[in-house]
Design a protein around this ligand. Structure first.
Ligand SMILES: Cc1cc2nc3c(=O)[nH]c(=O)nc-3n(C[C@H](O)[C@H](O)[C@H](O)COP(=O)(O)O)c2cc1C
Length: 348
């Protein structure tokens, strides 16, 4: 009841104000979360890039940008939380307003541009608050630094002993030039340097990919990932496309589109990547997951792990627990003993 009231209030408030309020509520443990949450069933547990996940469902990057509330999300049933995107120096991001809720479309458009507290503050915060689950750290360059690889390496070195995995974000549409790392030569140079920095630690490395990667560039892109022994790909970030069928008047706002209108587009990417390199690395499916059915669809397309963001905004804090239960139900109904057995069945 109290959750419904808070949720409907947050949905009527400016999206960024609501987000900051939600962070504050979670940070101060105002709500007795644990009382309502069921543990994920065993059928959902799986091992990926050397790490055991009790639930496939993770919180996508962007919600806990500053690493303040990840332990609350583990309590809410998320198997992993990806904090960030974190840049070397603190930055404010683009001018406000820069987040738009498109309720009728079950979507969000954002052009935040990586506002965050920067590596120094966030690193201290993470060290002082031990993660009670799998903690991914998503890194990206400062807007004003043209030497973007330098920023990635600096961040990688700072976080390689703290994170369970590190995500190299090359796909936000709101930082100029970032998506150029989808070009094979640039990607290769970046990954060679990352691998060089990772020689002693061998921490799993994931790449977060744009849904706007062109079909004809996908094979070359995948080849580099395999050559450079990347552990996983996150498919996908937000899109610059798909505006035509939207209803809400915010549809023309500049920025990345997430939520339901991204669902099919990201699934197509998952299927394509799975058919090309699904046996060589882990695919994390993200984009428009709202319930057990949409989560299951991504698994069948080829994702071993999942993430969400937008549905948390629309559906509230129990979304992970609900999806865990529904997903277990669908897997059992189809006769699967473990989630891993359902991965990529569309391609088999
Ligand atoms: C408000 C907002 C901020 C985001 N910030 C980041 C970010 O900082 N880094 C990142 O890699 N992805 C970011 N994302 C993208 C999400 O992590 C996710 O890839 C995308 O929203 C698709 O998932 P969804 O449809 O479940 O939201 C953000 C998304 C939203 C809606």
């Amino acid at each position: 009841m109290i959750y419904d009231i808070i949720n409907s209030f947050l949905k009527k408030t400016d999206p960024e104000v609501a987000h900051n309020l939600a962070i504050r509520i979670l940070k101060n443990n105002f709500l007795p979360i644990n009382k309502f949450i069921k543990k994920p069933e065993k059928i959902l547990s799986s091992a990926n890039f050397g790490i055991k996940f009790t639930s496939p469902l993770g919180l996508a990057a962007g919600f806990d940008k500053n690493g303040e509330v990840y332990n609350s999300f583990f309590s809410l049933g998320f198997g992993s939380v990806e904090v960030g995107t974190i840049t070397p120096k603190p930055q404010f991001g683009n001018s406000k307003p820069r987040v738009f809720r498109l309720s009728e479309d079950r979507a969000i458009i954002n052009r935040l541009g990586f506002p965050n507290d920067g590596v120094e503050i966030i690193k201290k915060r993470l060290i002082n608050n031990k993660a009670e689950g799998i903690l991914g750290i998503n890194i990206g360059p400062n807007r004003e630094n043209s030497e973007k690889i330098e920023d990635y390496i600096n961040l990688f070195n700072q976080f390689k002993e703290i994170a369970n995995y590190i995500t190299i974000n090359i796909s936000s549409p709101n930082t100029e030039g970032l998506r150029n790392f989808h070009k094979t030569e640039k990607l290769k140079t970046l990954l060679l340097e990352i691998n060089n920095a990772n020689k002693t630690n061998k921490i799993p490395i994931l790449i977060k990919v744009s849904p706007d990667l062109q079909e004809e560039d996908t094979e070359g892109f995948c080849q580099i990932l395999v050559e450079q022994k990347v552990d996983g790909v996150i498919l996908t970030n937000t899109t610059n496309t798909n505006r035509n069928n939207l209803i809400n008047m915010n549809k023309s706002e500049k920025g990345g589109l997430s939520g339901f209108p991204l669902f099919k587009l990201s699934n197509e990417k998952i299927k394509k990547f799975y058919s090309l390199i699904g046996d060589k690395l882990t695919i994390i499916g993200v984009g428009g997951i709202f319930d057990g059915e949409t989560a299951y669809e991504k698994i069948k397309c080829g994702a071993s792990l999942l993430q969400l963001y937008t549905s948390l905004v629309f559906e509230g804090p129990f979304i992970a627990s609900k999806i865990n239960q529904e997903l277990s139900y669908y897997l059992k109904k189809d006769g699967f003993k473990n989630i891993s057995d359902a991965v990529g069945i569309y391609n088999k």
